[in-house]
Design a protein around this ligand. Structure first.
Ligand code: CAA
Length: 392
């Protein structure tokens, strides 16, 4: 093998996808932010389930909370590729900050920009896109997680307003959000065509936030159940035409899955980079452990999986930027990236040996954090449903 090839080291984050100067600048800005602002407290926030309040505020100031929103609505006006690059860099270091960012960007802001009225956008989207407040997307219920058409939350038309009753579960940003997009059944007879989406504000009478969930991972993000008892939602807060809510939720989730795929890709990349570094420093049986094939082969497999995931995530992002239907490509990206994130993080722990099991080496947290990417915004099983339906 020529010596220049032998010496070549792979750097996943710099892999060439014909990125523009602007893409590279955004990637670098996110990388710098993650290293300087997220890394220092990430272990402590995980240990104490502490929300990264200051860091999320800074993310808003840097334009990371409304990345794809038109500047006229307070956003940064960037493309999905930029969003994937930034999300990946943030998730490499702090997967909790990444999911807070993902829900705000690709569920709340993207959904509002595409489907809300001008009045709704000026009132609610602008502060969300600027990162002055954050949003939550409320679809899941105790009995309607994967089976999203089985909504038990009801919104009864009372003329000027809807009366909202029900419970939502596992809501990311549930306690910290100010603006909630709530999906509810308005006409049970019509099935999924009798579902609507509403903008609900924190503090409205009858809207209660349940205790913070104690979670396996992404402990820096806050997850809550939400209870609505006779909450009056003004008619003008319904999103789109009557009966549009399920279609709204499905279309928003198609884009959201690119965000979670990027989060998973980031966790995998972060774990791989730590394991690669560790393997070149740690010695066993008289040499660096990377020089043992048992370890080098693990790293080779991790690298291949990450590269394949990255190709899928970038494909979905490029297709979104081209205005294509991304239900299929988003589901593939999310399915594969989330599956390999857990595998790669698990191997990173293994390569670290005993050190991998303690917090200060980060990889045990990454392994715990990775699991949720196979569950939220549609489990792996749901992604397979979406993918298989697109095959015929
Ligand atoms: N994109 C666009 N439209 C879609 C769609 C998609 N991916 N999937 C279904 N639809 C449309 C269908 O075309 C159909 O519309 P029409 O009747 O007008 O043709 C309608 O939705 C109903 O479709 P189905 O009959 O196929 O519905 P189904 O009951 O079989 O379920 C499902 C479809 C794909 C399984 C859907 O229920 C689903 O995606 N479930 C998972 C929900 C989910 O991701 N939950 C995560 C919660 S959000 C979250 O996690 C946020 C957070 O805090 C991090």
């Amino acid at each position: 093998m020529p010596s220049n090839l032998r010496k070549q080291t792979f750097n996943i984050t710099d892999m060439d996808f014909n990125l523009t100067e602007e893409h590279l600048m955004i990637q670098q800005a996110a990388r710098d932010f993650a290293q300087q602002e997220l890394l220092p407290g990430v272990i402590e926030r995980d240990e104490h389930s502490k929300f990264p309040t200051e860091q999320v505020k800074m993310m808003g100031e840097l334009g990371f909370m409304g990345m794809m929103v038109d500047p006229k609505y307070g956003g940064a006006g960037l493309d999905s590729v930029s969003y994937v690059l930034a999300m990946t860099e943030i998730a490499k270091v702090d997967a909790s900050a990444a999911v807070i960012m993902s829900v705000n960007n690709s569920l709340v802001c993207a959904g509002m920009e595409k489907y809300c009225s001008e009045e709704q956008k000026m009132k609610y989207l602008v502060p969300l896109a600027k990162g002055e407040v954050i949003g939550a997307f409320c679809l899941s219920e105790p009995e309607a997680g994967s089976d999203a058409t089985s909504q038990k939350t009801t919104a009864i038309d009372k003329g000027d307003y809807y009366l909202l009753n029900g419970t939502k579960n596992w809501i990311t940003n549930g306690g910290t959000a100010s603006t909630y997009l709530v999906i509810a059944q308005t006409d049970i007879e019509k099935g999924h065509k009798g579902i609507n989406a509403f903008i609900v504000e924190k503090g409205w009478a009858g809207f209660e936030i349940g205790p913070k969930e104690k979670k396996m991972g992404i402990r820096g993000s806050d997850t809550h159940s939400l209870m609505f008892t006779d909450v009056k939602v003004p008619k003008e807060n319904r999103i789109g035409a009557d009966g549009f809510g399920f279609s709204f939720a499905m279309n928003v989730l198609n884009g959201g899955r690119i965000g979670i795929a990027s989060q998973a890709l980031g966790i995998a990349t972060g774990a791989y980079e730590l394991a690669l570094k560790y393997s070149q420093e740690r010695k066993a049986f008289g040499k660096e452990i990377f020089k043992h094939q048992a370890i080098a082969f693990k790293l080779a497999d991790m690298y291949v999986k990450i590269t394949a995931a990255k190709l899928l995530v970038m494909k979905a992002a490029c297709e979104k930027d081209e205005g294509k239907d991304i239900a299929h490509s988003g589901a593939m990206a999310k399915l594969y990236a989330s599956e390999i994130a857990l595998e790669v993080a698990n191997e990173a722990v293994q390569i670290h040996g005993g050190n991998g099991y303690v917090a200060e080496y980060h990889v045990e947290r990454m392994m715990r954090d990775s699991k949720i990417t196979q569950i939220y915004e549609g489990t792996s099983e749901i992604q397979r449903i979406v993918i298989s339906r697109g095959l015929v």
